[in-house]
Design a protein around this ligand. Structure first.
Ligand code: ADQ
Length: 461
């Protein structure tokens, strides 16, 4: 059996291969354990001088291969082009794009350097699966080194409409680099369509569709295939974690401080794509318009800061702190704080147990490739008394979780109305919506995502 080689910007710590880990880490690690193989990527360390070489750690049939980055590489490849240019552009925020030619050069240079580190470790029949926007030029870099293996790419974030992508300088080079992969995977059909549209209208390429099979793409002298593979979770494992955590300390504290009030809950990385300001205002609108909700419902937002060395993230953090302070100042009572806004990471079992306590999961990104929190919230519910998911139409997950209350995250009233509907939804309706979504989550769990992608990647050989 050929080995699987996973390449991603960060390598999940080995502890994340356990039951407490996220869907992606577990799904990918399971596949690695089956076939044997390697997970290669940045160690997360920022070094003062170039590393001696790759650090290899064997765990059964899986090798973890990691390497540090020097400060300049980190600044240009990771903080710069990946997170200050590609991330905003791909999340439909051209107004936030910062472009610097040296950062772009650094991005390409680090991709080439990473490819040079990996190439000597490869065997001829290895299958290589590269993840996410940090590594768009990776296949091109491997091909330049003579690597002939099958190489697939999965984009975890949205692929933007052609008119947005045109605002990224060097967009054509990026799409040409994508065409060096054998298979491209996107989260949803609209992402796939956006890519295909660019190929036809901007790259002068052509497409061939054959039923449900991946689309065949011809562009830049290459032939490759592309399809949508929505990423999932393991819903039953999350349900078990949530149930086990019911009597945990954190859950007890939340329950005790709620005093039987209802709980609306959100969990996100602190990112401008997640729509947090609009969400705070929607909660404010709910308590502003319906005074009976005051003192009857609390909103818990858990959002650990990320990428705080990128300006747009710092600005957003200040804005959110000001908004939550303003709303709490306006409505709080001696024994009630409307918004609890917490900047920290929680263990997955604790999050799952808190999701189970929450009457409403409020997941309203302005754009999101998929959004696993929406899937985790539904999975964690008590089947006999499930909560209600309020979900943005712009999360990839909205295409599958159609039994959620779907909202436009820019329409504050729409979100406030959905919150009011969710908070008073009768048990029968909650159960019916939950049942429909759980069935969908079980049918398309993270193994299905991974197996479909790897089947198509190998089938083209
Ligand atoms: P993210 O943008 O990070 O992922 P998401 O899909 O919600 O967004 O996944 C985040 C993961 O981190 C979830 O498993 C969540 O439980 C966890 N998490 C978030 N906040 C946390 C906290 N405070 N403490 C602990 N854990 C927390 C990118 C894309 C998404 C896509 C995923 C997977 O942006 O659109 O769904 O990859 O493909």
């Amino acid at each position: 059996m050929s080995r699987l080689i996973i390449v991603s910007n960060r390598v999940a710590p080995i502890s994340e291969g356990g039951p407490a880990a996220g869907g992606l880490a577990v799904g990918v690690y399971d596949a690695l354990k089956e076939t044997g193989g390697m997970w290669f990527g940045w160690s997360g360390d920022v070094l003062t001088s170039h590393p001696e070489g790759i650090k290899l750690e064997e765990h059964g049939p899986v090798t973890f291969a990691t390497i540090g980055l020097v400060r300049r590489d980190y600044d240009q490849y990771y903080r710069g082009f990946s997170n200050a240019t590609l991330w905003p552009a791909f999340h439909y925020r051209p107004d936030l794009i910062e472009f610097d030619r040296q950062e772009y050069d650094g991005y390409c240079r680090v991709n080439r350097w990473l490819a040079e580190q990996l190439a000597p470790l490869l065997r001829p029949d290895d299958v290589i699966w590269v993840h996410d926007y940090h590594l768009i030029p990776f296949a091109q870099a491997l091909r330049a080194l003579g690597v002939k293996n099958r190489i697939g790419f999965f984009l975890h974030i949205p692929f933007p409409a052609a008119q947005i992508l045109l605002s990224v300088p060097r967009h054509r080079e990026l799409v040409e680099a994508l065409c060096a992969f054998d298979l491209l995977g996107f989260q949803t059909e609209p992402d796939l369509r956006a890519f295909c549209d660019y190929i036809e209208t901007e790259a002068g390429g052509s497409l061939r569709r054959d039923g449900a099979k991946p689309v065949e793409v011809r562009a830049f002298g290459q032939t490759l295939r592309a399809a949508a593979y929505p990423i999932g979770v393991y819903p039953d494992e999350i349900a078990a974690l949530a149930k086990d955590g019911e009597s945990g300390r954190d859950v007890e504290i939340v329950k005790a401080t709620l005093h039987h009030r209802k709980l609306v809950m959100s969990v996100d990385r602190l990112d401008y794509s997640k729509g947090l300001v609009e969400r705070f205002r929607a909660f404010e609108r709910l308590i502003e318009h319906d005074s009976r909700q005051r003192n009857n419902v609390s909103f818990l937002q858990i959002a650990p800061p990320t990428r705080s060395d990128v300006d747009a993230y710092r600005d957003m953090r200040f804005q959110l702190e000001a908004e939550s302070g303003r709303i709490n100042g306006r409505y709080a009572e001696l024994d009630w704080t409307p918004i609890r806004y917490i900047h920290r990471q929680y263990e997955r079992p604790v999050l799952a147990a808190l999701f189970r306590e929450a009457h409403v999961g409020l997941v309203t990104p302005l754009r999101d490739g998929m959004n696993l929190v929406a899937k985790e919230y539904v999975s964690a519910q008590d089947p006999d008394d499930p909560g209600v998911l309020v979900l943005s139409q712009f999360a990839g997950a909205a295409r599958e979780l159609t039994a959620a209350l779907i909202v436009n995250p820019l329409d504050i009233d729409d979100m406030a109305d959905a919150l009011a509907t969710a908070l008073k939804m009768p048990l029968d309706e909650r159960k019916a919506r939950y049942g429909e979504m759980m069935q969908q989550l079980r049918e398309n769990n993270v193994s299905v995502w991974r197996d479909n992608f790897l089947r198509d990647l190998k089938a083209g050989a």
